[in-house]
Design a protein around this ligand. Structure first.
Ligand SMILES: [Zn+2]
Length: 326
């Protein structure tokens, strides 16, 4: 995942990206259920402090639905690229997105990684607009290749957020198109580097460059690690400053300044793949260095808050409205 993260107080280099702590790909506990999603997810009741606001208070975003999407992903077990469990996530994403009436494209490709050639798949929702121009949203849905790592927050939360946004946005038509990218292969297979990480977003950005679509993207809003019960969001310092201002000002207007804080931190993430090609992008990413469970087996469902998901979802919806009004 991200190799560095600096804030006003510390610069921390990733602690657990050695070969010794990255053991093999084990897909455990992947009892696939064919039942419809709401009834198939055993969702533990959130604690009172994590009770989300009613959806009408967060632009329609349903924190409980988003939480259930995290629970469903976690139920598949560890979901690294190329694993049987990630194929279950792909099926789940496609079936949910189609049930919302979304138009969905998939790009199956393979990547040479330090552990061999791996099959990967990007999933892209395309909601048409009236004028040329695209607002791109994104998440990665793979999880770190590490024993017993289920990535409830790192991989699960932002993917759940994007599913819930897709449910709300697919029936709408705005001035500009909205595309929602679900990237495979964000995590490093051995050690985070430019060549071992962000496989899916690099693939999509390269394809968009070839097709010319890259020039249509007016803004790219990336989410990652957005569901923590104690989450807060520093301004990501490599992101486009105007987009950071737009998102953080929107959060402040909505009354979420305690979560969207004014300190800054830097993270390497999927936005880099697009920024390198000239796309203005912002990474909304929780302070993972200090959350106490990043890239450990403790990144499990008990760390996730439906309330945090609802707040971030609300901020995304309002930020998209701002971008649509430009
Ligand atoms: Zn990660």
């Amino acid at each position: 995942m991200k190799s560095k993260h600096a804030n006003a107080f510390s610069i921390v280099v990733c602690m657990c990206l050695t070969a010794s702590c990255l053991t093999g790909c084990k897909s455990k506990g992947a009892e696939a259920s064919a039942a419809p999603f709401m009834s198939s997810v055993a969702t533990p009741p959130p604690q009172v402090a994590d009770e989300p606001p009613a959806p009408e208070k967060t632009g329609g975003f349903d924190g409980k639905r988003a939480f259930a999407h995290v629970a469903k992903q976690v139920s598949f077990g560890p979901r690294p690229s190329g694993s049987p469990a990630i194929a279950q996530v792909q099926e789940y994403l496609l079936s949910e997105l189609k049930s919302y009436g979304c138009t969905v494209e998939t790009d199956a490709f393979s990547s040479d990684t330090p552990i061999g050639r791996l099959p990967m798949k990007n999933i892209l929702v395309k909601i048409p607009g009236e004028k040329p121009g695209v607002i791109l949203l994104g998440t990665h849905y793979d999880t770190l290749l590490k024993e017993n790592f289920v990535g409830a927050d790192d991989g699960g939360s932002s993917t759940a957020l994007m599913l819930e946004l897709a449910r709300l946005l697919c029936p709408q038509h705005g001035k500009y198109a909205v595309w929602i990218a679900f990237f495979d292969g964000e995590e490093a297979m051995k050690q985070w580097s430019d060549s071992d990480s962000r496989y899916g977003s690099r693939q999509m950005a390269a394809r968009f460059s070839t097709s010319g679509d890259i020039k249509k993207i007016r803004a790219f809003l990336l989410a990652d690690i957005v569901g923590g019960r104690k989450a807060y969001f520093p301004r990501e310092s490599s992101s486009n400053p105007a987009l950071v201002d737009l998102v953080w000002n929107t959060a402040a207007k909505l009354g979420y300044s305690t979560l969207f804080v004014n300190e800054s931190a830097s993270a390497e993430d999927d936005h880099d793949s697009f920024m390198k090609r000239g796309v203005p992008a912002v990474d909304v990413i929780g302070d993972f260095v200090n959350n106490g469970y990043w890239h450990t087996p403790q990144d499990a469902l008990d760390k996730i808050s439906p309330k945090t998901l609802a707040i971030v979802g609300h901020v995304f919806l309002e930020s998209i409205k701002q971008l649509q009004a430009r």
